[in-house]
Design a protein around this ligand. Structure first.
Ligand SMILES: [Ca+2]
Length: 205
């Protein structure tokens, strides 16, 4: 037993001498690797959490005629929507250029596009409806009947943009009247909501 114990002690000392600085270097390397893996796992966890907020939606199914087949690369236009081309289809069979309209964030009710819903939006709404100034509403084709403008400005949701919506915008801050149907509770005049057919609002990401 004494011999065995002496052997173990000698072996241990020899191993320590052999490892020496290598042990310190090895431990630092292991620590760096562990830190790198922890960072990777943390990033993956964060990305996973972010992905839970991403909503995937089929915007369009292409068929040969009339809207094309074999859609190619997409690019995002300055209006925030996606544009691309198809290889086949269209009136001449040579493909088409298409646009996919994305739901982009806007402050509900923000007629004058200053990033907030307030008195000035009521003035904008009345001006566009009755004076032609501004000449158009901010979304879609600019008309009050366009679905995107109805989503943005139909404060009192009766399916059309009219004088009642301007009154609704006017009264909301003072009387606590009905909020915009897409408004975020507690942040009705400043928070963004996704609205299809509108450009991205000036203060929305
Ligand atoms: Ca505004």
């Amino acid at each position: 037993m004494l011999f065995h114990g002496t052997y173990r002690l000698a072996f241990g000392n020899a191993l320590k001498r052999f490892l020496g600085g290598r042990y310190v270097h090895l431990w630092r390397t292991v620590k760096k690797a562990l830190a790198a893996w922890i960072a990777v796992l943390a990033r993956l966890a964060l990305e996973g959490a972010a992905d839970q907020n991403v909503r995937y939606e089929v915007l369009h199914n292409f068929v040969p005629f009339p809207n094309g087949e074999g859609p190619g690369n997409l690019i995002q236009g300055s209006d925030g929507n996606l544009y691309g081309t198809t290889e086949w289809g269209g009136s001449a069979g040579a493909g088409v250029i298409f646009r996919l309209t994305l739901p982009l964030p806007q402050v509900p009710g923000d007629c004058n596009q200053d990033g907030a819903a307030d008195l000035s939006d009521a003035i904008c709404l009345f001006g566009t409806l009755f004076l032609g100034d501004p000449a158009r509403f901010p979304c879609g084709d600019g008309t009050p009947g366009h679905e995107a403008n109805r989503s943005l400005l139909d404060w009192q949701p009766d399916g059309q943009v009219d004088i009642s919506d301007g009154i609704g915008i006017l009264l909301f801050p003072f009387t606590g009247g009905p909020r915009h149907p897409l408004a975020v509770p507690g942040q009705e005049t400043s928070a963004c909501a996704a609205i299809t057919g509108c450009p991205s609002g000036p203060r929305c990401p």
